[in-house]
Design a protein. Structure first.
Length: 324
């Protein structure tokens, strides 16, 4: 059993920031909804320090530039496994996905009936699918140690993996997480993902405007903590700065015109239809998002955007344009 995850490595490992991030970070609010008719991972089994069989990722996906082909739930959260890597036998190529560093368990772990389902669901059509992973109504381990009943705490979260643009999202549901200094043993709260032996990314700082940085195992940057547990509806979005491994340039050429533009920009995709696009400012903040009926030609109104430089994410490609 592997108990140490990348988040807990902060307690005794040293890291230094990488020169260039694999991801652009942004945060937004979106109504949280439990997955409907998902595929069960724990099959109604009570879980605590348990791990469940790996499941194939249903589309090509990369994390921190490395291809992963399976996902699983192990002990305290979801992990993605690089091709050929075995969870218990290998150290590198295991990508931990941690919406928080809290050690979690089934809310009724001391009974024979689970009340905290672990599940997943695949949504969307080929080329634009989203793999959604969910932990519902979980509690924290050793709650009695901190002066609470075993089933006092509750939380729900989802992790979304996007096929088209290789984006990762953490979605936070309802919770009653509090007393953070106590229940984290003074280490503080943090969120993040990555391979603890190579590159890891952490979200930290004030919960209303958190920061994101990526690090390698060299020198510690100082204490990294979140000021609070993310509120219901919070989404942490990690948009890949590169979609290497998906033949978007060769097989799905996307163009944008006019550029610069003042009112309307037009998106034309040579092959794959466009049904969703996201516009970011230069800080990585999402400023506009459009869902439309799938088409190879779409138009987007940008009149409400302030003048400046923006980036639009379309079918896994990142295009730059100027609003004037």
């Amino acid at each position: 059993m592997k108990k140490i995850t990348l988040i807990s490595m902060l307690a005794f490992s040293a890291f230094s920031a990488t020169a260039q991030n694999f991801y652009t970070f942004s945060t937004q609010q979106q109504t949280y909804a439990d997955l409907q008719n998902p595929v069960s991972i724990n099959g109604g089994e009570v879980w605590d320090y348990d791990e469940f069989d790996a499941v194939a990722v249903p589309f090509p996906f990369k994390v921190m530039g490395e291809t992963v082909d399976r996902f699983m739930f192990a002990d305290d959260g979801f992990v993605l496994l690089a091709t050929g890597v075995q969870y218990q036998d290998d150290d590198e190529g295991i990508f931990y996905l941690n919406p928080s560093n809290l050690y979690i368990q089934d809310r009724t772990a001391d009974t024979e009936e689970s009340s905290s389902p672990i599940s997943y669901k695949l949504e969307g059509t080929t080329g634009n699918r989203i793999l959604k992973l969910e932990v519902k109504n979980a509690s924290i381990e050793d709650a009695t140690t901190y002066g609470y009943a075993d089933d006092y705490f509750y939380m729900s979260f989802q992790i979304w993996l996007y096929e088209a643009n290789q984006t990762i999202e953490f979605h936070y549901g309802s919770d009653n997480i509090s007393d953070l200094d106590n229940i984290t043993d003074g280490d503080g709260l943090i969120a993040g993902f990555g391979d603890e032996y190579n590159t890891v990314g952490f979200v930290y700082g004030n919960i209303t405007a958190p920061s994101y940085s990526e690090f390698t195992e060299e020198t510690i940057p100082g204490e990294l903590t979140l000021s609070d547990y993310p509120t219901n509806g919070t989404v942490y979005r990690f948009a890949s700065t590169s979609v290497a491994g998906i033949p978007t340039v060769k097989n799905n050429i996307v163009s944008l015109y006019p550029n610069p533009a003042s009112g309307i920009i037009n998106i034309k995709s040579a092959i794959a239809p466009v049904s969703h696009c996201v516009i970011f400012d230069t800080t990585g903040k999402i400023v506009a998002e459009k869902n439309t009926a799938a088409a190879t030609d779409i138009s987007i109104n940008i009149e409400n955007l302030a003048n400046g430089i923006y980036f639009i994410d379309v079918n896994g490609q990142h295009l730059k344009f100027v609003k004037n």
